[in-house]
Design a protein around this ligand. Structure first.
Ligand code: NAP
Length: 492
């Protein structure tokens, strides 16, 4: 049963509470404001807006989706310095958007979301935060799919006595110059910061569990002429954005419709290894044994040169144990370490937020998601009325811009809120059979995708079910979320 909640009049009430101020939370807030709905509060655990682009400040942090697509369609920036935006640029962009729309007064900074329970009697949510308890008619989670750092469960990890941090919590106070540094993980984050630190550290041991397919990064700076054109002739920027968009959409053909089409990408990636890695032993180590695309395809021009350096080793023997000042691998080799950096990713499929959100039946999201996360269109979960997700289950992408998906989801949520208004309803819930049917179709399509061809990735729940990705074109998602079907909803 739902926990007893505080008396309605005893706690402050907001019509809408939004968790997080990254792209998702900011977009929701902007669209609420545009609709004349000003009674909303954003809860932000950090001291500024920006979400992942505030947190991930590791050297070399950048996005692998081009700037002009990885930004709000309604907030174009003609001044992006490069094809691929760097973290400082994205962080500045999001701060600028929050300021322009006057959102800061609605944000409770340094406030941790601690949980929420649906109060069936009053048809609203009780939201617990480190800054107090609130009630809300509607809760929107924009807490991010890749927000909670995941540390590896390795024997002895807690006994390490040197400096240590996760890539998304980079400790800039630690001077790596001349140090013996170990990096665990070789994913999207590691391949960006390893080239930045390799030349300055004394020794660098990179512990690789699974190699990734990497293709060249076609980055370049935008010229002054291009920026002026984008500014003075907006159609040129729009065309540029469209060209990027459709170029990325084309990848879905290989990822979802027919994995055989990925052969071309694999050839490009194989040639990249041949061109950049001279040592045959290293080539063998970094060549994956699964089809390209099964795990996220990475882009980099400087990863292979960095790991080819004399002071860098790629270690593929599994880690047996971490000691106070060393790492011991399965073959018994012990390597001394001064600084240990975890580039081990995030809780992508088992977001800890699910443990502390309790719906109409008194169950937590973690309870109902024990076999893998499910939602309708990634946005709504049956028996969790008036709760919406942005970047929820099966709405992540392996090929294009999440900002596009976020905008589609926010528009969809706005439509559902409109339905509540039209029906003068206090609560809205997705019909169980609608969610179930939707997910059956989704999983059927995912079964034929490249992501189900046998590799282990963070796209999968531990049950093996792919719960992170949208299996299709983003325009299909756009079409599905463009208008709600009122018959899909139970209102009360
Ligand atoms: P990630 O891609 O999940 O990589 C984590 C790495 O840690 C993998 O190499 C993984 O190996 C390894 N690992 C995890 N647990 C381990 C253990 N117990 N022992 C040994 N190795 C272990 O994480 P990430 O690099 O932080 O990136 C996460 C996601 O964030 C990306 O895929 C992307 O969506 C996003 N991101 C994007 C960008 C960008 O746009 N350029 C940059 C950074 C991050 P296995 O492969 O064997 O699991």
């Amino acid at each position: 049963m739902p926990r007893s909640s505080p008396q309605p009049e005893a706690v402050p009430h907001h019509d809408v509470v939004i968790i997080g101020t990254g792209f998702a939370g900011l977009c929701m807030a902007i669209k609420l404001k545009e609709a004349g709905q000003n009674d909303f509060m954003l809860i932000e655990r950090g001291g500024d807006v920006g979400g992942t682009w505030r947190d991930n400040q590791y050297p070399g942090a950048a996005c692998d989706v081009p700037s002009h697509l990885y930004s709000f369609s309604f907030e174009p920036n003609t001044d992006w310095s490069r094809k691929y935006p760097t973290q400082p640029e994205l962080f500045a962009y999001l701060r600028g958007v929050a300021d322009k729309h006057g959102l800061r007064p609605n944000i409770r900074f340094n406030t941790h979301f601690e949980g929420a329970e649906f109060d069936s009697a009053n048809q609203r949510w009780t939201v617990r935060t480190s800054g107090g308890v609130f009630t809300a008619r509607v809760v929107v989670s924009g807490s991010g799919g890749l927000a909670e750092p995941k540390l590896p469960e390795i024997a002895g990890v807690e006994t390490f006595r040197g400096d240590t941090f996760h890539s998304s919590r980079w400790n800039h106070d630690i001077d790596l110059a001349g140090k013996r540094v170990a990096v665990i993980g070789t994913g999207a984050s590691a391949i960006q910061f390893v080239p930045e630190i390799a030349a300055k550290v004394g020794r660098l041991d990179v512990y690789q569990r699974t190699p990734n397919w990497i293709i060249p990064r076609p980055d370049r700076a935008y010229s002054g002429i291009e920026k002026t054109l984008f500014e003075k002739l907006p159609i040129t920027r729009q065309i540029h954005r469209s060209v990027i968009y459709w170029g990325h959409e084309a990848r879905v053909v290989g990822l979802v419709l027919n994995p055989a089409f990925m052969v071309l990408f694999q050839k490009i990636a194989e040639r990249h290894i041949r061109k950049q890695v001279a040592d045959p032993a290293l080539r063998a180590k970094v060549t994956p044994d699964y089809t390209i695309g099964c795990k996220r395809i990475l882009i980099s021009n400087d990863w292979y040169p960095a790991i080819s350096r004399d002071n860098v080793d790629v270690i593929t023997d599994g880690i047996r144990e971490i000691k106070a000042h060393s790492i011991v691998t399965a073959d018994g080799t012990e390597r001394e370490v001064d600084v240990l950096i975890f580039a081990t990713g995030f809780y992508a499929t088992e977001n800890p937020i699910a443990d502390v959100i309790r719906g109409a039946d008194g169950q937590t999201l973690a309870d109902v998601w024990a076999e893998g996360e499910e939602a309708f269109l990634g946005v709504q979960v049956k028996r969790f009325p008036n709760l919406f997700f942005i970047v929820g289950p099966n709405s992540g992408l392996g090929h294009s811009s999440m900002v596009f998906m976020i905008e589609a989801q926010v528009r969809y949520i706005s439509e559902v809120l409109g339905l509540m208004r039209d029906r003068e309803a206090r609560s809205v819930d997705i019909r169980p059979e609608v969610q179930d049917q939707f997910n059956a179709g989704l999983q059927q399509r995912l079964g034929g995708s490249i992501w189900a061809t046998g590799c282990q990735s963070w796209y999968q729940h531990r049950s093996g079910k792919i719960t992170a990705l949208w299996p299709g074109f983003t325009w299909e998602y756009w079409l599905k979320t463009r208008r709600i079907n009122p018959n899909h909803y139970l209102t009360a």
